[in-house]
Design a protein around this ligand. Structure first.
Ligand code: HEC
Ligand code: HEC
Ligand code: HEC
Ligand code: HEC
Ligand code: HEC
Length: 212
């Protein structure tokens, strides 16, 4: 009796099984890799803004400090954006005829705030506080890159969980704290970190530190 399947069908089956196996593993791994790529974390995307505000002119050329405009970064959870009054403090005198500044003048005289588009934005379920980091000497640049060289602000790091934990797991390596400012020195007697926001933080890597 003739064989039901020709001899090569054994090999065909084995190859087919290997291909299915590879596809199954890739189907699982692809999304895990993909969500960590800059496509998903929105790195290096410059947004259009209501005014062509350029950090290079203001920070490099004019030497204005970050905190002059992002005043709250030192004392609150939010760095905040400057109000139109801050811009007009200079632009009622300098470049006060510039067409590029027309939206700023309109905002000033109408009292309607400029609607800047957000570049950095964490998911709702993550708690972040600027003042805590700024007070411990984490530079703006560590999380935002060299903003003073950007015509339009873009995200330069993923700002995902890995990024945060990378430092929280080993702050000494990232920040080079000296012994006085080492974490152990910051612990209270019961071994906790001081709670800046009334929320007890036992370890900087505990889930509830960032997910409250
Ligand atoms: C401390 C003073 C100061 C403040 C505050 C300031 N600017 Fe300026 N701005 C300048 C100077 C000076 C220039 C010209 C810089 C140059 O060309 O190098 C300028 C240039 C500009 C220009 C380009 C104008 C043109 O015609 O080329 C825009 C747009 C602008 N500023 C927007 C803003 C906005 C928006 C704010 C508020 C968020 C602001 N500036 C706050 C001093 C200031
Ligand atoms: C003259 C005022 C001014 C100064 C000085 C200034 N900024 Fe800004 N910054 C702005 C304005 C206005 C925006 C909103 C428009 C934009 O995104 O470009 C902004 C946006 C940003 C953003 C993006 C915010 C978001 O939507 O996520 C970051 C980050 C930032 N600034 C960091 C810095 C740093 C770091 C410095 C100092 C090196 C600095 N800024 C100096 C006015 C200023
Ligand atoms: C440890 C990381 C880190 C450091 C250091 C840091 N930022 Fe941020 N910044 C963030 C994150 C994360 C967001 C988004 C926050 C959110 O979505 O709630 C943000 C948002 C912002 C925004 C948008 C407005 C806001 O308040 O959400 C501005 C402006 C800004 N940062 C400026 C600064 C400046 C200026 C400094 C230095 C004085 C600084 N940041 C230091 C991580 C950091
Ligand atoms: C370069 C280092 C560094 C990076 C990056 C960093 N942190 Fe921190 N973070 C610290 C240090 C240092 C402290 C401790 C401050 C203290 O105890 O005084 C801290 C404390 C905290 C706290 C506890 C503060 C409180 O108010 O209870 C939270 C929440 C936090 N970080 C969230 C984040 C998030 C979210 C990110 C990522 C977007 C991040 N951190 C990135 C260094 C970092
Ligand atoms: C230092 C701060 C920090 C700590 C500690 C932390 N997370 Fe996160 N987590 C984040 C940030 C930042 C994101 C990304 C949010 C975003 O995409 O905007 C995130 C995202 C997540 C997500 C959504 C999936 C993802 O990867 O984006 C889950 C689930 C999660 N965290 C669980 C946990 C668990 C469980 C723990 C404790 C083992 C933990 N986190 C500890 C900061 C933290």
């Amino acid at each position: 009796m003739a064989a039901l399947f020709p001899p090569w069908s054994n090999r065909a089956l084995r190859i087919a099984l290997v291909v299915v196996g590879i596809l199954a593993v890739s189907a699982l791994c692809f999304p895990m890799v993909y969500v960590r790529t800059p496509f998903v974390t929105n790195e290096h995307v410059a947004l259009d803004q209501p005014v062509a505000f350029d950090h290079r002119h203001h920070v490099l050329d004019e030497g204005i400090a970050c905190l002059y405009c992002h005043t709250d970064a030192e004392r609150s959870a939010y760095a905040g954006l400057p109000s139109t009054d801050v811009c007009m403090g200079c632009h009622s005198q300098v470049w006060n005829q510039s067409p590029l500044l027309e939206p700023v003048r309109q905002s000033y005289f109408s009292g309607r705030a400029l609607a800047w588009n957000r570049v950095h934005s964490l998911a709702e379920f993550v708690y972040f506080d600027h003042s805590v980091h700024v007070a411990r000497g984490v530079a703006c640049e560590h999380c935002h890159g060299p903003v003073e060289t950007m015509a339009r602000v873009e995200k330069t790091v993923p700002l995902d969980m890995d990024f945060c934990l990378d430092c929280h797991r080993n702050p000494k390596e990232k920040l080079g704290f000296d012994a006085q400012r080492d974490f152990s020195a910051m612990r209270t007697e019961d071994g906790r970190f001081p709670a800046h926001t009334g929320h007890a933080v036992t370890e900087l890597t505990t889930c509830s530190t960032c997910h409250r």
